[in-house]
Design a protein around this ligand. Structure first.
Ligand code: SF4
Length: 416
């Protein structure tokens, strides 16, 4: 993958530690660039600084250089809150300390990361001044947590640190479910339906479409991309039916009418529910639409910040379809990017977009938080297909999801 791989596909590596232990210098040494503000005044780094880079053989990673979490005072509290939010999107944590220091603060960081089951390694920086105490080295060895000695400003130990990062890369990052390539074999055909309307960005396709095409090409599948208006004509020209049709969720109804019932059909955002999150939980979450009452609160979470244009899917279309389904007005709240409310109790339903811009850990973290708060969580494509009455059809490529519906006594809700 190239340096311009989307952020959501990168392993997210968080650098944590006290002020002035050399986190920024370490980041500069690893990336061989000046990427963060560095000074010997404690607390110079205020906001998390993100630096994408290529780390072979892992591929694309994103380093997140955090503010010192031991900051004091009002501004310091803001920095600490932002740093803790970085935990939510961290695939691998690096605790940086220096001069042989290891106290309750580092122990707390280690406990917080391991409690979240985030793989972690410890860097003792500035070892030209002092190395890690023997007791610490022994304790970390017992816990199987790697300890690396570095002098960031001279580059000493940086090679070993890179190797350790590769070793510690979490397996779930490496084994993310495929986008689509397990559903369409080599030589088989997928038809992708991409409406080009005024909400479509000028001159390009959006990321979930591009990533789906790339996954098909990488796995030697055939790929035909059409607008919804030409779909019927395209299908008629194929000698054999396609293995799968994937549509933009907004065109679900028309596409479902044009695709023969024996051909599997789903949407880009349902593919991404599986690859970025947890399809079965979000399928179950869609069933909560039936329990919604007028006046209930629904949180719409969109992982990229764009200006809503015209009939925006999150602001206009989904609210309209859900309101029609429920038979009365609902109260919608919208959040974008990494924003996600700390308290979810006031919501009856959370609807997450396909999340192509987020990493899987962040989406899974949101799902866990919804579960903890007892709030149903689903995603755009699932909510749309449910409210339009084509839920089972939209899940036809996923036997486990259909089995789940049967086990919940749902038969084929929204089936055709
Ligand atoms: S709205 Fe969500 S799925 Fe769509 S492009 Fe943005 S991040 Fe990706």
């Amino acid at each position: 993958m190239s340096q311009s791989a989307p952020k959501g596909l990168r392993l997210h590596i968080g650098l944590f530690g006290r002020r002035n232990v050399g986190k920024s210098s370490l980041l500069n040494a690893i990336t061989c660039q000046q990427v963060a503000i560095v000074s010997n005044v404690a607390g110079t780094t205020t906001d998390p600084v993100e630096k994408p880079m290529e780390l072979l053989p892992l591929g694309p990673v994103l380093f997140i250089d955090t503010a010192g979490v031991d900051d004091v005072g009002a501004l310091g509290e803001m920095r600490i809150a932002r740093t803790r939010a970085v935990f939510d999107r961290t695939d691998l944590g690096i605790i940086v300390t220096a001069g042989g220091e290891w106290g309750g603060f580092e122990a707390e960081l280690l406990a917080a990361l391991t409690a979240r089951e985030i793989p972690v390694l410890v860097v003792m920086n500035k070892t030209d001044q002092a190395r890690a105490p023997e007791a610490l080295a022994t304790e970390l060895a017992l816990k199987k947590i790697p300890l690396v000695h570095t002098v960031a400003v001279t580059g000493e130990g940086i090679g070993e640190l890179k190797r350790r990062i590769v070793e510690q890369a979490p397996t779930d990052f490496l084994a993310s479910p495929a986008i689509v390539s397990d559903l369409v074999g080599p030589g088989e055909m997928a038809v992708l339906v991409v409406p080009i309307d005024k909400e479509a960005p000028k001159g390009r396709l959006i990321l979930p479409q591009v990533q789906t095409i790339r996954d098909l090409l990488d796995h030697d599948a055939l790929c035909l991309v059409v607008k919804e208006r030409e779909l019927r004509q395209a299908l008629a020209q194929l000698k054999t039916p396609p293995r799968l049709v994937v549509t933009d969720s907004q065109a679900f109804l028309k596409v479902a009418a044009d695709v023969p019932p024996e051909v599997a059909l789903t949407s880009f955002s349902i593919l991404f529910s599986r690859c970025k999150g947890d399809l079965l939980t979000q399928v179950e979450g869609a069933l909560a639409i039936d329990r919604l009452q007028p006046g209930d609160r629904v949180l719409m979470a969109e992982a990229c910040a764009h200006h809503p244009i015209g009939e925006d899917i999150g602001r206009v279309k989904i609210p309209r379809w859900l309101t029609q389904y429920v038979g009365g007005p609902l109260a919608f709240t919208h959040v974008q990017g990494h924003d996600f409310p700390a308290d979810l109790h006031e919501y009856q339903l959370v609807i997450q977009c396909g999340s192509c811009m987020l990493n899987r850990r962040e989406v899974l973290g949101r799902i866990v938080r919804c579960r903890e708060a007892g709030v149903a969580v689903t995603n755009y494509g699932l909510a749309i297909s449910y409210s339009l009455g084509i839920f089972a059809r939209a899940l036809s490529p996923f036997p486990a999801a259909l089995e789940l519906l049967r086990s919940l006594g749902q038969g084929t809700p929204g089936g055709q």
